[in-house]
Design a protein around this ligand. Sequence first.
Ligand SMILES: N[C@@H](CCC(=O)N[C@@H](CS)C(=O)NCC(=O)O)C(=O)O
Length: 214
Amino acid sequence: MITITAFDRSPDGGKGLARDTRVRWALEEVGQPYEVRPVSFHALKEPAHLRLHPFGQIPTFEDGDLALFETGAIILHLAQRYPGLLPADANARARAVAWMFAAVNTVEPPILDIVTVKLVEGDKPWAKDRMPLVRERVTARFRQLAAYLGDAEWLEGEFTAGDLMMVHVVLRARPSGILDEIPVLAAYAARGEARPAYQRAFAAQLAYNTRTEP
Ligand SMILES: N[C@@H](CCC(=O)N[C@@H](CS)C(=O)NCC(=O)O)C(=O)O
């Protein structure tokens, strides 16, 4: 049985922003059952978890004697192992993988900066000046992505792991309001959210994060 880790209590309270959601989504897309092992913030930095994830983060992925960290690697592994997330044509597969890298390496970093400025650097005297610059960088990336997407449904014709990763990444900008300022991308993200596999993944993490027992 595949086991992934997730926050014991996600800071977003179940809005689907934590990165276990994208792994759950990929597992749902390829139809693989999985178990979730919750990890507390304290346990994240303990030796047992650090052996699985050198940086003390979630999610991780275990299947038999394979242990993985990094959502890009986990989702690429799933996409290569099970049908449903990568096209059959070799060049189209390579393009889909390029979009996975673009999502985590080009689009996600400025989005993370918004959270950093707000939550980590919010008390610094320069935080107020920095925020508009950081937001502008996210907006610029989003405009480029929206220009590429145009009126297409997905980035490369059919839905791929590249879209899965990109949709989850752009959703992380929703709380900032920037996603809704770019209707093409907001609609793209909504198409991702409408997929039954996403719905199941979202519902599972929401149910866990809103449970009433301790
Ligand atoms: N690049 C990593 C990022 C993992 C990551 O930042 N996870 C967050 C949760 S979404 C985390 O564990 N944060 C707690 C911490 O860094 O202490 C990936 O894509 O898997």
